[in-house]
Each structure stands twice: as C-alpha cells, then as structure tokens.
Design a protein around this ligand. Structure first.
Ligand SMILES: Nc1nc2c(ncn2[C@@H]2O[C@H](COP(=O)(O)OP(=O)(O)O)[C@@H](O)[C@H]2O)c(=O)[nH]1
Ligand SMILES: [Mg+2]
Length: 309
C-alpha cells in the first residue's frame, strides 16, 4: 500500500470529517453561495482547521466572486492549493543521520507519545540499516525506563538506563552519548520526562540535558523533536508554542492522528510554530509512524472518496 493509501486509511476520521463533510455540503447538487461558504467555514472549525478557516474561506469567496469556483471539485482543488501553501516549507527528507552518533533528544508534555515515538524511530532507523541506542532520560519513575527497555528489547536496540528513581537525566544523557561513541552506534535517541512549560525548574533541567549532551559531543543534540498529542487540537498548539519558547526545538512529531478527527490541527501547528512536522503517529504499534509528507497528507484529507455522492 502506498503512502497516500496508508494516510487515507490511518487518518480516516480526519478524512471523514473534511472530505466527506465537503461531499455532504454539496449533496443534492447545491450551488455555491454565501450560505454554502458559511457552512464550509463551520465545517473547517469543527475539523480543527479553525486557525486557518477564515483565510481559507476568504480565498474561496474571492475565487467565487471571480467566477472561478463552479462546483465541488473546484472547492476541493482550491482548498488543496491553499493547504499545501500553508505546509509549503514543511516538507523534509528523511534525516540524513550523517553524524555518528546522530543524537536526537525527544521532549514534550506528559503522555504526548514520546516513548512510543522513540520506539517507532528506533524501528525505522534500524530498518534503514542504522544501529540505535536509546537513553532512558525519563528518570522520574523507574516504570518509564522499564517501558523504554521493553521497546528496546523488541527492537533489539541497546539502552542506557539507571535503576534508581529520580536519577539525574543529564547523567543518563551523558552516558548514552558516551556509550554511543564508544560502540560506534549510528543514532542515539534520548527520552525525557514529560513536563509543562510552566514548570520552570523542569524546563531548566531540559536545558541542562542539552548542555551536557553538547559538551560530550560537539554539535549535539543534532535534533530536538517535540512530540505533540494530535488529539489535543488547539490546546496542543498552545502548549507547544510555550514549550518552544523555553527550549530550542528543531522539529515536531504529531502522535495519535489515527484516533482523531482533529488532524486538521496540523496546519495550525505548523503555522503557529514555524517548525517542520517530521513524523506523524498513526497507531500504537512500532510500524505505525509515517514521515510527514504534506502532499499525501493534504490529498488524504481533501480528495473525494470515489463513489461518494
Ligand atoms: N493510537 C495511538 N496511540 C498512541 C500513539 N502514540 C502514542 N500512543 C499512546 O499514547 C499513550 C502515551 O504514550 P507514551 O509514549 O507513553 O507517552 P509519553 O508519556 O509522552 O512517553 C500510550 O498509551 C501510547 O500507546 C499513536 O500514534 N496512536
Ligand atoms: Mg514516556
């Protein structure tokens, strides 16, 4: 199955909300008028496209006035163009992992999907022939390191962890980098405890983790990825925005997009944060993460389902 079909399948709730929602508006062969455009704007709000809804409908109204918006397919095409424009600078190739080790730090609020995403990244990079070591930098609870260790075992990846509660995460990060260097491992992925931007001591701790990593390996961490819970819509955007004010983030992973009709939030997330979405989580198991491809994503949510009225 190609990427577009996988997106369609795994993002079906968002697709239903947007694509089938548009079909619903045109049911019975309705013509485009202000009323229909208003209903479309409402639909965009309910699909968590709220932050870009007014731009999108203004563009549609403009095209309509010029007589360039004749029917459903024109609306979809115009939306597609506008949505792709918003994600324009979001496309990124797979990270080149050129450094050995390439160090990736993974941060975010509690429960956003960090540890699961790390397991998925490890799986992905290993499939690409890279060796991977994981650092259990969520030292708040021993259970967090246990969870990472289980994933490491399933992946056959190495792991660096401490067994006591409340170990120093910076020490774990240091040890992970040291082990990666000593063993010649390609990629080191370091987990962290969930935190909120309001917990300034914890945000400082994250800065310390980054500092210690950069002292051990020049130029590291090469990537700091913020994991966002895709089911949280606008709320996730606010949290992420605050987060990126205190810590330097280089990219986003939007998790849990399989379970939500709110996948449209990605547009607001990208626009508000100005960061590339690197991957999206589309399920709980290790293989269910995809490189974020703007074109496939937009096509998966706005193209018409063949056979729908
Ligand atoms: N459906 C779905 N569930 C996910 C995804 N990513 C993570 N989860 C679930 O979200 C919950 C929290 O994930 P976890 O990785 O422990 O979050 P952390 O606290 O940020 O490390 C777990 O139950 C995961 O199985 C995803 O892409 N899809
Ligand atoms: Mg975790």
């Amino acid at each position: 199955m190609g990427l577009l079909d996988r997106f369609k399948q795994r993002l079906s709730k968002t697709r239903d909300a947007i694509s089938d929602g548009i079909s619903g508006l045109f049911r019975g062969g309705r013509a485009i008028d202000q009323q229909l455009l208003d209903e479309l704007e409402e639909l965009l709000y309910t699909s968590d496209l709220g932050s870009i809804a007014s731009d999108l409908t203004a563009e549609l109204a403009r095209l309509h006035k010029r007589g360039e918006l004749k029917g459903e397919e024109d609306v979809r095409a115009a939306m597609r163009g506008k949505l792709l424009e918003i994600l324009g600078d979001c496309a990124r190739p797979e990270p080149d992992l050129a450094h050995r080790p390439t160090v990736i730090l993974v941060v975010g609020v509690n429960g956003s999907g960090k540890t699961t995403s790390i397991a998925k990244l490890a799986h992905r990079f290993q499939e690409q022939g890279k060796s991977v070591i994981l650092g259990a930098g969520d030292t708040f609870r021993a259970a967090a390191a246990d969870q990472l260790e289980i994933w490491a075992e399933r992946n056959g990846a190495a792991i660096v962890r401490q067994h006591s509660d409340n170990a120093d995460p910076a020490a774990v990060a240091f040890d992970t980098c040291a082990a990666a260097e000593a063993r010649g491992v390609d990629v080191a992925i370091i987990d962290t405890a969930g935190r909120l931007h309001t917990q300034s001591n914890l945000m400082q701790e994250l800065e310390k983790v980054r500092r210690v990593i950069s002292k051990k390996i020049e130029g590291a961490p090469h990537e700091t990825w913020l994991v966002i819970d895709g089911t949280n819509g606008q709320n996730a955007i606010r949290q992420a925005k605050e987060f990126t004010r205190s810590v330097e983030v280089t990219g986003l992973i939007v998790a849990k997009l399989d379970g939500t009709a709110r996948g449209g939030a990605i547009f607001g997330i990208h626009r508000e944060l100005g960061l590339p979405v690197r991957y999206i989580g589309t399920g709980e198991s290790m293989e269910l993460m995809e490189r974020f491809d703007p074109e496939a994503f937009v096509d998966a949510i706005v193209t018409r389902t063949v056979g729908s009225a």
